[in-house]
Design a protein around this ligand. Structure first.
Ligand SMILES: Nc1nc2c(ncn2[C@@H]2O[C@H](COP(=O)(O)OP(=O)(O)OP(=O)(O)O)[C@@H](O)[C@H]2O)c(=O)[nH]1
Ligand SMILES: [Mg+2]
Length: 377
């Protein structure tokens, strides 16, 4: 037994060493994962809760709020997106310039000018007015010199687009957030515009609350939620099939409590001819107004639907007193004249234009930039 003792001690020592070694090995394996994740997190972005937990830090340096996007600055956006506008509109601009630069304009030439303007959805009355003014000026100032014609046409188009409109969007004032209601028929781009507008405001350093008051489909709220999550805007939503007015009401209360700069309310698409749905929209506005004035009602119109948009605009104006227009999908149509037609019809300015499906493809409307884009294609 005594002879065996050294062997036993050695055996115990071996077992102990093996055990300790094993534990250490396991520890180091367990310790390894925490070192690995740093390579994984950069892909995060929009994990649940990020949007509501993170303070909506405007244009914050990216590292402080990982996963949040920093929207592109808004200054000069229309100029930056001008190529898109020009691509679809340049047939009109170039056509007009070519015609008007002829030396002696015939009746046929003037008719062609008129046709081009009508095709661009300028509308009958503005077209007639523009042609009359151009004819008078052509008689006095002459044609033939492309530079002078360019200047003349530019001035007249600008007068029609009307640079005197106030196109600014309401933001926080009187110690409360601005309330912006987004309305329109189905598929015009309301939710997309609401999401893009949140980015515009956040890029300008403002705090935004989004209201998913399209309660018809859960997918509509999810769509808005994902816009909010990307930039850290809180999204207030209700239950599917719930009352849109109460979602809007709750969102405004949230905005007031969190001292947000703006509450953007996305509503369900509705055909202007459906009386029940239009009444519901009126109710959304009235319910919100029990708590706070509605500062803006933005009517979103799809520019590709042309004169149909005017019909919609008239009905929406009656129900909710539209204060601004958003023309979407201007990147896909040569019918930019609708800007003039619809402003005329409602006496309300186009405030924003959609020029693509990208998150920052929404531009504050600037009359001069728009006219230049038409003519300098
Ligand atoms: N090319 C282009 N597509 C746009 C623009 N604005 C929106 N869209 C697209 O239009 C489609 C409809 O947009 P939504 O924002 O879902 O429209 P909506 O008005 O909310 O639709 P409903 O809620 O169903 O009434 C989407 O595929 C958008 O990407 C734009 O300015 N240009
Ligand atoms: Mg929608």
């Amino acid at each position: 037994m005594q002879d065996a003792l050294p062997y036993i001690i050695v055996a115990v020592a071996v077992v102990l060493i093996a055990l300790v070694g094993g534990v250490l090995l396991l520890r180091s394996r367990k310790g390894a994962p925490p070192k690995l994740p740093p390579t994984a997190p950069p892909t995060v972005g929009g994990e649940p809760g990020t949007g509501t937990l993170a303070p909506p830090v405007p244009a914050a340096p990216a590292p402080t709020v990982p996963g949040l996007e920093v929207p592109a600055p808004t200054a000069g956006r229309l100029v930056r997106l001008r190529a898109r506008l020009a691509r679809s509109q340049n047939a009109v601009g170039r056509g007009l310039l070519a015609l008007l630069s002829r030396d002696n304009l015939t009746e046929q030439d003037w008719e062609d000018v008129e046709t081009l303007l009508l095709q661009a959805d300028l509308g009958v009355a503005p077209t007639q007015e523009l042609v009359d003014r151009l004819r008078t000026r052509a008689r006095v100032e002459g044609t033939g010199d492309p530079a002078r014609v360019r200047a003349m046409l530019g001035e007249e188009l600008l007068a029609l687009v009307d640079p005197t409109f106030d196109r600014s969007l309401a933001t926080r004032h009187d110690g409360r957030p601005a309330v912006i209601l987004v309305v329109g028929v189905n598929g015009t781009g309301k939710t997309t515009t609401t999401g893009k507008l949140a980015r515009v405001l956040i890029a300008e350093g403002r705090d935004v609350v989004l209201a998913a008051a399209d309660t018809f489909r859960a997918a509509a709220a999810d769509q808005l939620q994902s816009w909010g999550d990307r930039v850290g805007a809180e999204v207030v939503r209700g239950t599917e099939g719930g009352d849109p007015a109460s979602v809007a009401f709750d969102a405004v209360r949230t905005g007031v409590e969190s001292e947000a700069d703006a509450v953007l309310i996305d509503t369900a698409g509705r055909l202007h001819t459906k009386v029940g749905l239009m009444d519901e929209l009126g109710k959304v506005k009235r319910v919100v107004e029990k708590q706070s004035p509605v500062d803006e009602v933005l009517l979103v119109l799809d520019a590709t639907t042309g004169q149909n948009g005017l019909q919609q605009a008239r009905v929406f104006r009656e129900v909710v007193d539209v204060t601004g227009l958003v023309l979407t999908k201007l990147d896909g149509t040569a019918k930019g004249g609708i800007v003039v037609a619809v402003q005329r019809e409602l006496g309300v300015p186009v405030k924003l234009v959609g020029l693509g499906e990208g998150p920052d493809d929404l531009a504050p409307f600037v009359a001069e930039d728009f006219v230049n884009a038409l003519l300098d294609a």
